[in-house]
Design a protein around this ligand. Structure first.
Ligand code: ATP
Length: 279
């Protein structure tokens, strides 16, 4: 379904993604893991057309889509969600879903004027679909609540709902578990599995929550320093020494940073940097 070949994204001299090649097959839930700064979100941005690669190619459903923008990919069925949900916070949950479908006839004044009956039927259909989507996500009770008032977990479910309004084929989920309480997390996992098994959605999922990765994902891909380190099932990837080293490297630098924070010499230096009146 998706083929990445030798993808590179450079920011100045720094390669955030450094020669990534990857295959995603229809029906998979591919888990993308790796320490902070490994390049996972940058890779998502490249796949979703939000960033242009420095080099390399992206093929989606057999077509070269390397330089297509986000909206063109969206119309082809490639949709992403964000680590921080992007809801319209003043609109209700239902209205948020009704905003999604592309090419609504109601968007065109001319179409409105020419065929108002057709427009009304299309709007009713969108309304029904949005209600069905909320019911599937067990969000029916907050349909008329402003999206900005929903909990973090409910916003994540709503993001998933927005992908359902588009008949997406490949969905990129960026840290769906982040900021979600345990109860809603189980619900989110269950819905992702149903969408995958019963509705044929293919997913790529960036996640630091290893329990979620273990439950949902096969294969799992680990990235570090912009590169794909290994691809395999969860247990193979988790026990691979290169993966352990990549995560240990991150832990070691976090410990170093933490020690530096509490080193009296560093604190002295900070005090010296500040003019007295700012202290
Ligand atoms: N626009 C940018 N300009 C410069 N550097 C960037 C830019 N975007 C990302 N980077 C750098 O690229 C590297 C990879 O970042 P990225 O956000 O893709 O990592 P990640 O694996 O998603 O990390 P995390 O798990 O913390 O979200 C980081 O060192 C980051 O600082």
């Amino acid at each position: 379904m998706l083929e990445l070949d030798g993808l590179v994204k450079a920011f100045g001299g720094f390669h955030a993604v450094d020669g990534c090649s990857l295959r995603v097959n229809k029906g998979e839930i591919l888990g993308l893991i790796g320490p902070n700064g490994a390049g996972k979100t940058t890779l998502f941005n490249l796949i979703a057309g939000a960033l242009q690669p420095t080099s390399g190619t992206i093929r989606f459903l057999g077509e070269d889509v390397t330089h297509l923008p986000t909206d063109a990919l969206f119309h082809k069925g490639l949709v992403r969600t964000f680590q921080i949900p992007h809801e319209f916070h003043r609109l209700t949950a239902l209205e948020n879903l009704m905003m999604v479908p592309p090419r609504q006839p109601g968007e065109s004044l001319f179409a409105n004027w020419l065929a108002w009956g057709k427009v009304r039927r299309a709007e009713e259909e969108v309304h029904r679909k949005a209600e069905d989507t909320l019911a599937f996500l067990e969000l029916g009770h907050v349909a008329h609540e402003r999206a900005g008032n929903l909990s973090g977990g409910q916003k994540k479910l709503l993001e998933l709902g927005r992908t359902m309004m588009t008949d997406a084929q490949l969905v990129l989920l960026d840290e769906p578990a982040a900021g979600v309480n345990r109860t809603l997390l189980r619900k989110l996992e269950e819905k992702i599995l149903i969408l995958n098994r019963e509705r044929g959605y293919t997913f790529i999922l960036i996640e630091h929550d290893m329990e979620m990765i273990e439950k949902l994902c096969d294969p799992v891909v680990c990235m570090a320093e912009g590169k794909v380190l290994i691809q395999g099932d969860f247990h193979t990837v988790r026990s691979d020494t290169r993966v352990l080293e990549a995560y240990l490297g991150e832990t070691a630098s976090a410990i170093e940073r933490n020690e530096a924070e509490h080193d009296p010499r560093v604190e002295d230096m900070r005090e010296q940097e500040l003019p007295r009146e700012d202290l």
